[in-house]
Design a protein around this ligand. Structure first.
Ligand code: 13P
Length: 338
């Protein structure tokens, strides 16, 4: 692959229906995932689990990039191969999460701002020497009584734009992730409103800070009902409202939109993506950057046991293949029966 510019890198990651495997859970988040299967979250267990994922057959041709956590980009497999080299061997690019998590905002109860700009340039320089080709920063927007406030949206989107500029100046593609959480009992229209306000603010800051949109990927939430809402929007409603919101607010020069799954079940995340690609009518690639929706069945099948490696890898490969088909609008529910 000849990747001479950030524009080439961004295009490569989402070419031919490929998407991103988000494997950048922080150690506490990984601990929560491992708790659910009764496995202790040690450095070796995290390494073994991720090594298994990265060696899965279904990585090839379906996954264009893998987002890593700081610990993982430095780790080697049992046989001494760097995990990041396993990823490259599968034809995917290694990327790295570079934000430093959430901090409460003064006078904005229930709201946070993502931090990590301090020392970012030095961290990015080191990651570039390790072969990272892209980076990710996640901002979190909560829906609730009187929130999100404009103060919270703007603080988060300005930080995202500062980060994106710094990543590009270091030769890496920024994935900008403004995640409107599914937590709560809000309606799909309230999610639309919070997502639209976030995207408008984000793209105005990206422009203001001189970020090259052609060398950027957007990782948004889909427009859905809140997780605890009594009335849940159906697949077509989610697909139509999400597309409408993106077409209205995202420049057509952006090479790719790669959704987060945000707590949707694995098959529903695939069905939503497929429905949008079947509707069509947009210029960006519309693909996936799923964490839970790619990993959940593999994690469960693994259960921390060596003898389960192959069935676990089959689970990851299956989800990767299904999501690639969804990115091309070629998924069908019956393909899930195996
Ligand atoms: P989920 O797909 O599990 O939401 O994770 C994606 C991610 O990278 C969150 O930052």
């Amino acid at each position: 692959m000849s990747l001479n510019s950030i524009e080439d890198i961004a295009t490569y990651i989402v070419a031919d229906g490929k998407g991103i495997l988000a494997a950048d859970e922080s150690n506490p988040t990984c601990g929560k995932r491992f708790d659910s299967i009764g496995v202790e979250s040690t450095e070796v267990n995290r390494r073994d689990y991720r090594e298994m994922l990265f060696r899965s057959k279904g990585m090839k041709g379906n996954i264009g990039g893998v987002i890593l956590f700081d610990e993982t980009i430095r780790q080697s497999a049992d046989d001494g191969t760097l995990l990041r080299d396993l990823i490259s061997d599968q034809g995917a690019l290694p990327g790295i999460k570079v934000d430093k998590g959430l901090q409460p905002i003064e006078d904005c109860p229930g709201e946070t701002v993502t931090v990590g700009l301090e020392g970012l340039d030095e961290r990015l320089k080191e990651y570039a020497t390790m072969g990272a080709k892209f980076t990710k920063w996640r901002a979190v927007i909560n829906i609730g009584d009187g929130i999100p406030t404009n103060k919270c949206i703007d603080a988060n989107m300005e930080a995202l734009a500062d980060y994106a500029k710094c990543a590009q100046d270091n030769g890496m593609v920024p994935i900008v992730e403004p995640e409107v959480l599914m937590d709560g009992n809000h309606s799909i229209d309230e999610c639309y409103d919070a997502t639209e306000r976030s995207l408008k603010s984000l793209f105005s800051y990206l422009k203001k800070k001189g970020v090259n949109i052609k060398g950027t990927l957007l990782k948004p939430n889909m427009v859905t009902s809140g997780k605890d809402a009594e009335e849940q929007a159906g697949i077509n409603d989610v697909a139509e409202k999400t597309l409408d919101c993106l077409i209205t607010n995202v420049p057509s020069s952006l090479p790719g939109i790669t959704f987060l799954s945000g707590g949707q079940s694995d098959v529903l995340a695939t069905a939503h993506l497929d429905a949008m690609n079947k509707i069509g009518g947009f210029s960006w690639k519309l693909s996936f950057s799923y964490g839970r929706a790619l990993q959940a069945p593999a994690l469960k099948a693994w259960g921390g046991k060596l003898e389960n490696i192959f069935i676990s890898q089959d689970e990851l490969s299956h989800r990767a293949e299904m999501n690639k088909l969804a990115s091309l609008g070629q998924w069908e529910e019956k393909l899930e029966d195996r």
